[in-house]
Design a protein around this ligand. Structure first.
Ligand SMILES: Nc1nc2c(ncn2[C@@H]2O[C@H](COP(=O)(O)OP(=O)(O)OP(=O)(O)O)[C@@H](O)[C@H]2O)c(=O)[nH]1
Length: 542
């Protein structure tokens, strides 16, 4: 089973073919095509949160761009072609390896009922390099283990036996706050050569330019300053695997010329952007409703009405008020352009548009738009869905599961949380809240809902499993959470959580599922806390 969307597999194949075509002909245009495919692949990998592969692709892109300036440089000299080929093969090799579920994977969980299928993915390895018995190393390894990673410890200069690249490698220097010694730099270089796609964190780096530049040259991706705690590093590693559903960018093209449509769609697809085109603006609302674009490319002059009129009409509909609209026109008149922007457009591009400029404008607009949507739907402390979006997501999962499917909804609440705040302060309380979020995110599938429902209350919804399987899974999370040490100024504290569960078909609506899970949560609190309670209610009850 492939972990990658088909678009990545297809882009990788196009990239390889593109390079072979260039090698056999030496034509500049084929080299440009190859670089464009590479850029598209980088974007896709970025969306999949694979920073190591993104890094390798960007390096290759930079090398390729040095041959962009002049047609006369082609075919490029043999030694340069061999160097590009070597980098390309590393990337393609990594992509092939990741076609089997590994790096995107999550922890495999066994329940009382046995293993819950393919989606519960495999562990993600993190290598920790330090001197023997460094206290941070053991503490980081322990925390990583709790959050579903597989930590491995290694000494400086030691090469791990396993050839699989780890997701991340963290380096803990022997002396905090000093420049890394030459032997450490050499060890980092050796690991970077062996694992070009892993993400490298160097801890306790002094904030001086020379130290940071040396580490970056050796292959560090992130230099974590002196004074940062193990929990900060952990949060960065978790960010690496955070998987917001990174869907492909979707662009709707409103354009009456078939040639222009073909040209634009080709440019967009080379950059990994999905598109749909309509040649009659009167179809816009219907198609936008169904396709849910992230941006619209709007021709200025069409037979039925102008692009400006269509955009003004679109802006009347609340859900499209912020949707980016980019005008395409051969119009050079500045006054017209300013007027078009005033009436609701976001950008004006003059035809024929350079494909690289087009893709980069589209991507920038879409990223901003998605960031805006993201911050409206997510909680800033944990990155989970917020209260209102969680409710919408339960509705969505319920809709997908009905009429005969399975769906389990659970409400989770940290026990006696007020005492944690009172005894250790709000920042420690916040960290405990984040730990629950991380644990849930690390243990559940990307298809499950994980949301922050209130202060220290969370909601999860698990499609396709029955209550017994869900309870097995949540019991494991509850048990692991109770063992998790949370750091405070004078040591560590332990906390527990309680959980209420309700499921289809005992409850048939989103609100009744949530209310029933909430009642079960209260029952769990009443009956001693640190428990999971299932609400079977009245069968078929509402
Ligand atoms: N640190 C922190 N505290 C929060 C946040 N949101 C809510 N709280 C606190 O969470 C506490 C919730 O306390 P209670 O509802 O009394 O419940 P509890 O102490 O967890 O007790 P039980 O639920 O009965 O086990 C309150 O003190 C809130 O101030 C937050 O974002 N950060």
């Amino acid at each position: 089973m492939s972990s990658f969307p088909n678009s990545i597999v297809a882009l990788a194949a196009t990239l390889e073919r593109g390079w072979q075509s260039y090698r056999s002909s030496g034509e500049f245009d084929l080299f440009v095509e190859f670089t464009l495919s590479l850029n598209g692949l980088t974007e896709q990998l970025h969306r999949q949160h694979l920073p190591g592969l993104v890094r390798a692709c960007q390096e290759l892109e930079n090398t390729a761009l040095t041959f962009f300036a002049d047609r006369e440089m082609h075919p490029i000299p043999l030694d340069q072609a061999v160097a590009i080929e070597r980098k390309l093969q590393i990337i393609l090799g990594e992509l092939r390896r990741h076609e089997t579920p590994a790096i995107l994977a999550r922890r495999t969980l066994d329940t009382a009922e046995g293993q819950i299928g393919d989606c519960w993915n495999q562990p993600r390895r993190v290598l920790i390099v330090s001197r023997e018995n460094h206290p941070w190393s053991a503490s980081l390894a322990e925390q990583l283990g709790f959050f579903g990673f597989t930590p491995e410890e290694a000494r400086w200069g030691e090469q791990p036996a396993n050839d699989e690249p780890p997701l991340a490698i963290t380096f803990i220097p022997d002396v905090e706050g000093r420049a890394y010694p030459p032997a450490a730099i050499s060890a980092i270089i050796a690991l970077r050569t062996r694992f070009p796609t892993s993400y490298f964190y160097c801890l306790s780096v002094p904030s001086n330019l020379q130290s940071i530049v040396l580490l970056q040259r050796a292959g560090a991706d992130a230099c974590v300053p002196v004074g940062n705690k193990v929990s900060d590093v952990l949060s960065r590693i978790l960010d690496l695997v955070e998987m917001h559903e990174q869907e492909m960018h979707r662009v709707l093209i409103v354009e009456d010329s078939a040639t222009a449509i073909a040209h634009i769609r080709r440019s967009l697809s080379q950059h990994g952007i999905d598109s749909k085109a309509i040649n009659d603006p009167r179809l816009l609302f219907e198609v936008a409703n169904e396709y849910r674009p992230d941006a619209i490319l709007m021709d200025m002059y069409m037979p039925f009405c102008t692009g400006v009129e269509v955009t003004s009409a679109l802006r009347q509909i609340p859900e499209y008020q912020a949707l980016p609209v980019i005008y395409l026109s051969s119009e050079n008149d500045i006054v017209q352009q300013v007027e078009a922007l005033r009436l609701g457009g976001d950008q004006f591009l003059t035809k024929p548009v350079n494909p690289i400029i087009l893709a980069s404008v589209v991507k920038t607009k879409i990223e901003r738009y998605r960031e805006m949507l993201y911050s409206g739907q997510h909680d800033s402390l944990t990155g989970l869905f917020n209260h209102s979006t969680s409710k919408v997501q339960v509705e969505r999962l319920l809709h997908a599961a009905q009429p005969d499917g399975q769906l389990v909804v659970a409400m989770i609440d940290i026990d006696r949380f007020k005492t944690i705040n009172d005894n250790y302060g709000h920042p420690v309380g916040d960290q405990v809240i984040r730990s629950v979020a991380w644990l849930l995110r690390g243990r559940l599938r990307s298809t499950d809902l994980v949301g922050r429902y209130g202060g220290e209350e969370f909601i999860i919804a698990l499609p396709g499993i029955d209550p017994a399987q869900a309870i097995g899974l949540i019991e494991q999370i509850r048990e692991d959470f109770s063992q998790l040490p949370h750091a405070h100024a004078h040591g560590t504290l332990r906390a527990t959580l309680s959980c209420g569960v309700a499921a289809l078909p005992d409850y048939l609506t989103a609100s009744s599922l949530i209310a029933a899970a909430d009642d079960a949560l209260l029952e769990a609190k009443r009956t001693g806390r640190n428990r999971v309670v299932l609400n079977r209610g009245n069968p078929q009850g509402q």
